[in-house]
Design a protein around this ligand. Sequence first.
Ligand SMILES: [Zn+2]
Length: 390
Amino acid sequence: MTEGQTEQRSIKKISEADQGYRSRQEQTVVLLDPAEYAFGYDVHVYRKHMDRMSDSLKAKFESGLTKKLGNARVKLQSQSHNPRSAHYFIDFIGESLLDSDTGLTSFILRRNEKPDFQKIFAVSGISDKVLEQMIVAHVKRFEDYLSTFDTQVQTWQSQFDKRLREKIASGSYPLSIEVLERRLQNTKVVLGDALRDDLTSDKGGHFEVEREIAMIAQQELRRRGEKVYTHEMLHALSGRTLVAEKPKNPIADDDENYYYNAQRVGLRFQSGESSRFRWLNEGVTESLTQDICTITDTTYEKERELFKLLQQQGKIPVSEELFIKAFFENYNPDLPYGERIPAWKHLYSAINNAYVPGFLLKLDKYVGTNGIEKTIDTMKGDWREIIKTS
Ligand SMILES: [Zn+2]
């Protein structure tokens, strides 16, 4: 850290309408070619350039391609070992087997050799040539999905918009039409690839508040694309606490020098690397998602169960409505200090009354230390165990 960085930075909380923040948002168009989100895009582009070269020049670039294939192989291997992402890897193998252009099937069924299925699941046994063909075919499939993605998103969006307006009209969600319209307009919905990014952390999608980007994994489109869209858009609609941070000795005195960040999205608080109440935020987000989509599945099942237990197991119940109000509440820097997030305060004190003061923080720490399943067991038994251990 240099001397300048150790100096105090001035941080101020801002509203979503803050001019500097808005102009930063407008500059944040998605700069990437959408196809670049595809796993193996670099391999595909590298090969395309090489195809235009003379043979002698091509030979010089061969080792670069081998290196890229090596990186892709490592990535695939780690995806295949991760229980959360292994199904995306299996999809990749399955689609490669179906697509004769990849040569994968003939690779395992080599004449006069015993078919060896082991090596395709270990990836290490696949030759560079076949792996490259599999990756190029994968990028092509991604581009096919891209060509219909925007139309797809429009259909989901109009359905989502309609359902949300009904929720607002019936008073179920403390949300204004204005916020709904603004967030729908500002959120950039892009197609992602679960093989490339860790989209498993949010079960097939991702919402990034700083750039207002909602990413939907290509792998989820056929299975449950609309549901993933709904979940990510609820993150986009949930309340935010935004901050603008300015270095003490800015180079020039204009908005360019601010860093914009979110300290809170929904019920999840973030400071630096650490975050609090992620399980609660996902539990609430997914409960609302399943209600809106009128479906039931196992997504964030444990988080939703713990959310339910938190409502029921205290000395007095904590109503779901309090959570929903806090979930949608935007920090209002124009109100007097201490009155800027009333719904959150209300929820926090209701939990204090139902259990003991500071219980939610202790519960969060307990989840961090013991895992969610153990926490559920403890909540079903005696929640006082949670305050004993922290
Ligand atoms: Zn989520």
